[in-house]
Design a protein around this ligand. Structure first.
Ligand code: GLN
Length: 497
């Protein structure tokens, strides 16, 4: 039996019934990483022996009946923006090269206490800014379905490692689509939870009012179990919602008849949408209708402003969050001495800040810091940032109104399937437009699920997106699970040639 081609739920059952140990499962994935990651580039660091040690400890606890968690013994990969204390946490930025956090993220603690074994840290766009993982300060990650294409981003490493059978589950973060878009590009499932569902303590912040950590996996069933492990209230994150995250799979296997699913015609008919994505979406609508769901036309009139709004708010928050990387506290410090003619400030503190940030940040991060400081500056705040906050409220109100009529909204995740490496790197606006269908959920704080719903003629994965009202992950997952059961969905893996 080849463990790497199983879902996390299947691996967990084998471990639970003592047919396989956590050590064996962990070793199988570590071997796969060694054999393939020089081609895929999903990992920035691999835990290796430490993962095996952890797996052995979990095996002992399982043997003594000390762990009672659905995924005990299953290995996971995590995006390198989540603080761990044994290996560096870099956000794929040179500015955090070699930085080891003194504390663990809450989600990391939760994984560990559930007996889930961390395989390593995955690559991303620097500080999660991007949609292709090409902005990493360290390496490219390739899409396992076509190594000339991007895996999407910013959680590209967390998506690619699952598609490449290097890990059965992973954690990503989603500020404007970074879980859902790479999930769709790599043919896997990903969930952005309601804002506040999962603690952000120990997540290196990009845009704090938008960031959420979420699960990535082969099946909706896996997502539900993993979200229950990582979710819930955390007093260390003041935005965390004081409600337990349980019972997400309670309705699995029951009918979805009567469920009202909204669709936005303009989205489906929009010229920018790839015809194959449109066709797969229409097919999915039929699947839902055949299961008894009611399809209802809805409108989200302000969604046309979502990209503009997001690309004001996210850089604004980023410019503030990233001010902490000055060379004084964390990671990299420039040793360059700037000679300022006629001044005695050759090695002043400000020069050290400037040189550190100039050398440590990549071009996209600098662009966002500049955009953000501009829109937050006294003269432009009202015209841009404040205006964007108001439009953000209107976008949320559109969703609130829609969810008075429907239970879920179904649409595309991305305008196209995975694009070639290098295609959009010269034009940031083209890269930003990829987020057209995903940023709305972050601006509104609502949960959204991306699941595979087919393949293009050229063999690239295609995904679709379901969105729900705040805290209705249960509905999202029920509908996602129903789709996967009806269509007899089975995960597939590319042959890595
Ligand atoms: N692509 C979006 C951006 O560049 C979203 C990133 C994210 O969700 N982390 O900001």
């Amino acid at each position: 039996m080849n463990l790497i081609y199983l879902t996390a739920t299947q691996i967990a059952q084998l471990i639970h019934s003592r047919q396989v140990t956590s050590e064996q499962a962990t070793q199988a994935f570590l071997d796969r990483i060694s054999a393939t990651d020089s081609r895929v580039g999903a990992f920035l660091s691999v835990a290796g022996d430490r993962a095996i040690d952890q797996a052995r400890k979990v095996d002992q606890k399982i043997a003594k009946g000390q762990i009672d968690s659905p995924f005990a013994g299953v290995p996971v990969a995590i995006k390198d923006v989540l603080c761990t204390t044994d290996e560096p946490t870099t956000a794929a930025s040179k500015i955090l090269k070699g930085y080891v956090s003194p504390y663990k993220a809450t989600v990391v603690e939760k994984l560990e206490s559930a007996g889930i074994v961390i395989l390593g840290k995955t690559n991303l766009d620097e500080f999660a800014m991007g949609g292709s993982t090409e902005n990493s300060g360290y390496q490219l990650t390739k899409n396992p379905w076509d190594l000339t294409r991007t895996p999407g981003g910013s959680s590209g490493g967390s998506a690619a490692c699952i598609a490449a059978a290097q890990a059965p589950i992973s954690l990503g973060t989603d500020t404007g689509g970074s879980i859902r878009q790479p999930a769709s590009f790599c043919g896997i499932c990903g969930l952005k939870p309601t804002y506040g569902r999962v603690s952000r303590y120990g997540l290196l912040a990009f845009a704090s009012s938008l960031d959420q950590i979420g699960p990535m996996a082969h099946s909706v069933e896996d997502l539900a179990s993993l979200l229950e492990v990582i979710g819930g209230h955390d007093p260390r994150d003041s935005t965390s919602i004081p409600q337990p995250v349980t019972g997400l799979a309670a309705k699995f296997g029951t009918s979805i008849a009567g469920l009202k699913i909204g669709i936005v015609r303009e989205q489906i008919e929009s010229e920018g949408l790839d015809p194959e994505i449109r066709q797969n979406l229409l097919n999915a609508i039929e699947v839902y209708q055949s299961e008894g769901a009611k399809i209802v036309d809805i409108e989200l009139p302000n969604s046309q402003y979502s990209i503009a709004t997001y690309y004001i708010i996210a850089p604004g928050e980023a410019s503030s969050n990233l001010s902490r990387y000055s060379g004084a506290h964390f990671g990299y410090r420039s040793s360059t001495v700037t000679e300022k003619s006629g001044s005695a400030t050759a090695s002043s503190l400000v020069d050290m800040y400037c040189n550190t940030r100039g050398e440590g940040f990549g071009p996209e991060v600098k662009r966002r810091v500049m955009l953000g400081t501009y829109t937050l500056s006294a003269g432009y705040y009202d015209a841009y940032y404040l205006k964007a906050l108001k439009v953000r409220r209107l976008i949320r109100q559109d969703f609130d109104k829609a969810f008075e009529q429907v239970d879920l909204i179904l649409g595309p995740t991305t305008p196209t399937a995975a694009f070639p490496i290098g295609e959009k790197t010269d034009d940031p606006v083209q890269m930003y437009l990829v987020d057209l269908f995903t940023v709305g959920a972050n601006l509104a704080g609502i949960p959204a699920l991306a699941i595979p719903n087919g393949q293009s003629k050229s063999g690239l994965p295609i995904g679709m997106q379901l969105q729900a009202a705040p805290l209705r992950e249960d509905l999202l997952l029920h509908a996602g699970h129903a789709y996967q059961s009806t269509t007899q969905y089975q995960p597939t893996w590319p042959t890595l040639s």
